[in-house]
Design a protein around this ligand. Structure first.
Ligand code: IPD
Ligand code: CA
Ligand code: CA
Ligand code: CA
Length: 268
């Protein structure tokens, strides 16, 4: 159980090394011709042999160092839910597979460490731009510098990045969110990589990111921790503190977070 800051920092170093290791494996095959499968008939949820190979390598890396820790991951038959107790690593080998297969540079290898369901260390590595976002018990960093959320307070200047899945029903919800963002905020970005959106909020590249649909914990856990350690807030769509398994996600620089929640709360 990592309970002291040193234990967390120890896991953080390993999370960074694991994300960099996995990301570098993925980069080797970036912009090469790949066989792309979809996870279900007619679905846009793409997967390649690279996603699976990277997850395998990252799991091995963690397993060699922390054999008693639980490991959650998107691909194959890995554990899918973060245990409420104990230490769990949460891995998305490639977040943004659709970008990855299209040769678009916005994708990340994401590794978070949770203790009793709360993220305590996080590393998001974007191999195509060689950007590393990391946070342990202390500050959030982007590469060699401290990262902090933006201090923008004027909603009309906010850049908001909606995160959405790829199903038809998600798209209907997306249109509603896009309309709201365009009507009430400064401008819209959609990276197609949840962890890049969250990393962006943490580093002040954007003011907020929002998902009103269900995301998986590997899409969010690392980024939520980065945002918090960078001075921002991350809640579910009802404004409750984000936890693994939460419904939806709103992460922001903290300024006007309650307003954001009010705007996107599905029940108002
Ligand atoms: C997806 C991306 C995307 C989000 C989807 C995720 P994947 O992850 O994060 O931005 O909208 O909900 O599933 O499948 O590329 O790892
Ligand atoms: Ca996927
Ligand atoms: Ca993902
Ligand atoms: Ca993925």
């Amino acid at each position: 159980q990592p309970s002291t800051p040193t234990d967390i920092d120890d896991r953080l170093d390993a999370a960074v090394a694991a994300a960099e290791h996995g990301g570098t494996v993925a980069l080797d095959s970036f912009r090469t011709s790949l066989d792309v499968e979809t996870k279900a008939e007619g679905s846009m949820d793409a997967v390649t042999a690279v996603d699976r190979a990277v997850q395998k390598r990252v799991f091995e890396f963690i397993g060699e160092r922390y054999p008693d820790d639980a490991v959650v991951g998107e691909e194959d038959d890995a554990l899918k839910t973060v245990p409420e107790e104990g230490v769990a690593w949460v891995v998305d080998p490639i977040d943004g597979t659709n970008n990855y297969v299209a040769g678009n540079r916005v994708w990340m290898t994401s590794v978070a460490v949770c203790r009793d369901g709360d993220p305590v260390a996080a590393a998001n590595y974007a191999p195509a731009t060689d950007d590393l976002y990391a946070a342990g018990a202390g500050r959030t960093s982007r590469n060699d510098t401290t990262a902090a959320v933006s201090d923008e307070t004027d909603l009309e200047s906010f850049l908001v990045n909606p995160i959405f899945g790829v199903s038809r029903s998600d798209r209907r919800e997306l249109s509603a969110v896009v309309d709201t963002v365009l009507a009430e905020f400064g401008d819209l970005r959609r990276f197609g990589c949840a962890q890049a959106a969250l990393s962006g909020v943490a580093a002040g590249e954007l003011e907020a990111t929002v998902s009103t649909v269900e995301l998986n914990d590997w899409d969010t856990a690392a980024g939520v921790h980065l945002v918090r350690r960078a001075g921002g807030r991350a809640t579910d769509v009802y404004g409750n503190r984000w936890r693994p398994g939460s419904r939806g996600l709103i992460a922001s620089n903290g300024e006007a977070h309650d307003m954001l929640v009010e705007t996107f709360d599905p029940e108002t």
